[in-house]
Ligand binder design. Structure first.
Ligand SMILES: Cc1cc2nc3c(=O)[nH]c(=O)nc-3n(C[C@H](O)[C@H](O)[C@H](O)COP(=O)(O)OP(=O)(O)OC[C@H]3O[C@@H](n4cnc5c(N)ncnc54)[C@H](O)[C@@H]3O)c2cc1C
Length: 325
């Protein structure tokens, strides 16, 4: 995981104050036991290319109860040992439940898990990711060892109503945005939100019905999907999530120009480069400076930017939040 969370030292207009939140109520050496409360596929269709589950876990009576904020993650310790004989390492999962959990009393924590399925690099045998498959195999009532919460920067600001939000997700990167949007809904939806979601196929869009529901219920909420591997009735060319920024710039341009707007990016490691390049192509220098500060030698050569230039030469400001893994 690389959370490039270095921030610019100069305070820009619209710079948010990030609340101080507690972490590590439950440490890895003393995990608590949660019980699976619900588990279901949350892809738009059962025929999706990937298997992704919404998993709710009851943490009542543990130190995790009511102990997290939207945007944080929790740890899962899968049972069993590695080939070395050592216990499996903890994996982190973004919290998809709002602050206060699914039922508002802090007892039900949620995440969104994609089964990792790959081919072993030596034996070319099927390799199932240890923790993601363990979690997705669990049934209601099964116990799971949990730690956390973790994360002190990928959060909503102190005064959420002072800002508007462009949330950009690929895959399970949607999890923290479900969490944050549910928090904003609890506050009466005081902000404009553009939810941008990228997936390989339309069938792999996550929480699609729920998000469409929010878009029809709230005028200030818009949903922008980008499907990268096939054409859809509403999409005549294949699009990555950053291409959606350009395609919908009529709508998103005024938001990007506003001092209220914060950009959050979560999902597949590497996605941030395309998002930053697109912002650099779309925005005039004074607006771009609200989100990125660029080393002079690369500013004019956007097509040749590389991921390794982040964060030294392509530095995000405090109005951009990044969590990729
Ligand atoms: C802050 C944070 C938040 C996260 N949030 C989420 C989330 O909300 N949802 C989610 O699904 N994930 C999330 N993750 C990722 C998650 O932590 C795990 O990394 C992921 O589930 C894979 O773990 P695993 O145990 O299933 O796979 P592992 O068993 O750890 O395998 C991981 C990868 O290693 C590769 N690999 C290992 N050994 C070999 C080998 N011999 N040959 C070939 N390939 C090999 C495989 O390609 C596989 O893809 C998050 C990560 C971070 C850091």
């Amino acid at each position: 995981m690389s959370t490039a969370d270095q921030a610019n030292t100069t305070e820009l207009p619209g710079t948010p104050t990030i609340p101080q939140v507690d972490q590590h109520a439950v440490k890895p050496n003393a995990p608590v036991v949660g019980k699976v409360h619900a588990t279901y596929l949350c892809t738009a269709s059962r025929k999706a290319a990937g298997f992704v589950r919404h998993i709710e876990i009851d943490v009542s009576g543990t130190e995790l109860e009511n102990a997290w904020h939207a945007g944080q993650s929790f740890g899962v310790i899968p049972p069993g040992t590695q080939s070395s004989g050592k216990p499996h390492k903890l994996r982190l999962y973004s919290i998809a439940a709002p602050t206060g959990g699914e039922t508002g009393d802090g007892t039900i924590i949620t995440t969104t898990v994609k089964r990792v399925v790959d081919e072993h690099w030596d034996t070319h045998k099927l390799l199932n990711g240890v923790c993601s498959n363990y979690l997705c195999d669990l049934n209601v009532g099964d116990e799971v060892l949990l730690t956390g919460p973790v994360g002190k920067r990928f959060l909503l600001p102190e005064n959420p109503a002072d800002h508007d939000y462009i949330f950009i997700a690929t895959g399970t990167g949607i999890a923290p945005f479900r969490s944050m949007i549910l928090d904003l809904i609890k506050l009466g939806m005081p902000s404009r939100i553009a939810m941008m979601m990228g997936a390989p196929y339309e069938s792999d869009l996550l929480y699609d019905d729920t998000i469409r529901g929010w878009a029809s219920e709230y005028d200030q909420f818009t949903y922008h999907t980008a499907v990268s591997r096939h054409l859809t009735p509403s999409q005549s060319k294949k699009l990555y999530v950053q291409d959606r920024l350009s395609e919908d710039f009529d709508q998103l341009g005024p938001m990007l120009a506003s001092k209220r707007t914060l950009i959050y990016v979560c999902g597949i490691a590497g996605m941030e480069l395309g998002v930053f390049q697109t912002l650099a192509r779309l925005l005039p220098p004074d607006q771009l400076a609200q989100y990125l500060s660029l080393a002079p030698e690369i500013a004019g050569d956007i097509d040749n930017w590389e991921r390794r230039m982040i964060p030294k030469k392509i530095k995000k400001t405090k109005r951009v939040f990044l969590e990729v893994y």
